[in-house]
Ligand binder design. Structure first.
Ligand code: HEC
Length: 451
């Protein structure tokens, strides 16, 4: 850890990122989906010569403009704020590796914002042809932002053998393109485009669930059925995308599915089953009687879809445990390449910002190495995990984390414990004292006394 540690009570710093990221992911997929669907729908309305349809589309464009320009922008800054505080080492690594890719992404985001604004405000004021051209510009810029961010996000799970090799030889910059187009790049892009279409469709279904005078019955059934034709295939293809994605992840990460402690199997299954369930629900609600499709029905579809997207996103994050960048950097910011060095020279001596004087060696070790995932008495509470354990039990866990044999289940969800013998002893001593653990025979004695 070369950066100060950010301690967040109860939820832990990881969930600060998590909450902002889930919000941002949902918003940004709305935005990209809007960019994709609006010009397509406008083109249909133009072809049919349906003016009511076009007026309705313009009203809905306002939502996408606000989503992109306000909520997307603010939550995007929120992500930088939270990852910079909670995962400074990982953030720094990603910036160093992909600086130009971030820059390109921001340029496209600016183009997306500008063209979305022009698209909305020029509606009905310029020729139809020119207006549609602005729409395509908005569409392409939206997809381009996804194209660039997707390389960086998928890199974290699968940097790829070539990049890892280059990184160990200190030649990572030369391998940046292979890191960008890494093994999960395409399945991940596929999933994100589907999710974007699904979410933007959900908004439109929501909007079209109103009644006259906002929308006539004639237009309501056309518009709803039209949108569902994008929504259902997107959701039905989503599980295929998720399986393709899983197929491309390394075996070490696939093994996480078999470990109940991670909870990934349950959440992942929901993503897959939920996708089918949501599309079936939408089909039944919209096709049977579009005129009856109201707010309640729209809410059902909105909540179902949001839970499917959140579940996919959560599984993606968990699938990366115990890494920030698989095979390169652990969740607590320690690089795989540094493990040996830290064991020999000491973890704290190599951590400029961990202030032993303020905390003592044991607590400093805990803050530096464990608190990116555990809190003391909140999320993944250390207090609860140590409850009922003896000193011997704790020692076994710490030894396993230090030895880090691949057969040990824990290596699949926890990074190795690093540091000198003295540092590790101090950590154990601090945990024992703080959690009030006792030795096995002491425990038996006290049980006998109680009897
Ligand atoms: C990458 C995230 C991560 C980091 C970093 C991490 N852990 Fe864990 N730890 C977990 C997960 C996930 C579990 C399983 C939680 C559960 O079963 O609810 C766990 C469980 C445990 C348990 C209970 C084990 C058992 O079998 O009952 C102990 C003890 C523990 N961790 C100690 C530590 C210590 C000490 C550190 C720091 C040296 C640490 N962990 C760092 C993710 C992490």
């Amino acid at each position: 850890m070369n950066f100060p540690f950010w301690n967040v009570a109860i939820i832990g710093s990881g969930w600060v990122i998590g909450l902002i990221a889930i919000f941002h992911v949902i918003i940004s997929h709305f935005a990209v989906g809007g960019g994709l669907l609006m010009p397509i729908l406008e083109r249909q309305a133009l072809k049919r010569g349906d003016d009511e349809w076009r007026v309705l589309l313009r009203r809905n464009m306002k939502f996408f403009l606000i989503i992109t320009g306000v909520l997307g922008t603010v939550s995007g800054v929120g992500i930088w704020f939270s990852i910079g505080l909670a995962q400074p080492q990982g953030t720094s690594a990603l910036i160093h590796i992909f600086v130009f890719f971030w820059a390109i992404e921001w340029v496209f985001f600016l183009i997306e914002l500008a063209s979305a604004a022009v698209y909305y405000y020029s509606w009905g004021r310029i020729s139809d042809k020119l207006h549609l051209a602005v729409g395509w510009c908005y569409c392409i810029a939206s997809i381009a932002t996804l194209f660039f961010i997707n390389g960086i996000l998928s890199f974290m799970l699968t940097p790829g053998a070539e990049w890892i090799r280059a990184a160990w030889m200190d030649q990572a910059p030369g391998a940046v393109v292979s890191g960008f187009f890494n093994p999960t790049y395409w399945p991940s892009l596929f999933i994100r485009i589907l999710a974007a279409i699904a979410l933007a469709s959900v908004f439109l279904l929501f909007s079209f669930s109103r009644t006259t005078p906002y929308i006539s019955n004639r237009l309501k059934s056309i518009a709803l059925r039209n949108v569902v034709l994008y929504f259902i295939p997107a959701l039905l293809l989503l599980p295929i995308g998720l399986l393709w994605y899983l197929h491309m992840t390394p075996e070490s990460q696939q093994a996480l599915l078999k470990i109940p402690q991670t909870g990934i199997l349950k959440v992942g299954l929901w993503a897959i089953i939920g996708a089918g369930l949501t599309s079936a629900t939408a089909f039944i609600l919209v096709f049977i009687n579009p005129i009856q499709f109201g707010r309640k029905q729209a809410w059902i579809i909105l909540l179902l879809s949001a839970s499917v997207v959140a579940a996919s996103e959560y599984s993606r994050e968990i699938l990366r445990k115990p890494y920030i960048i698989v095979g390169y950097m652990y969740s607590n910011g320690i690089r795989e390449a540094d493990v040996k060095k830290f064991n020999k020279e000491g973890f704290l001596d190599n951590s400029l910002w961990v202030r032993k004087n303020d905390y003592g060696v044991g607590e400093a070790m805990f803050r530096g190495q464990c608190m990116s995932c555990h809190t003391w008495n909140g999320y993944r509470s250390m207090e609860k995990l140590l409850k009922g354990k003896t000193i011997e039990n704790l020692q076994t866990v710490l030894n396993m984390l230090y030895d880090y044999e691949p057969e040990s289940l824990m290596t699949h969800y926890m990074p190795p414990l690093v540091g000198t013998t003295a540092e590790r002893r101090a950590l154990a001593a601090w945990l024992i004292q703080k959690a009030n653990l006792c030795l096995e025979n002491e425990e038996k004695n006290s049980e006998q006394k109680n009897e």
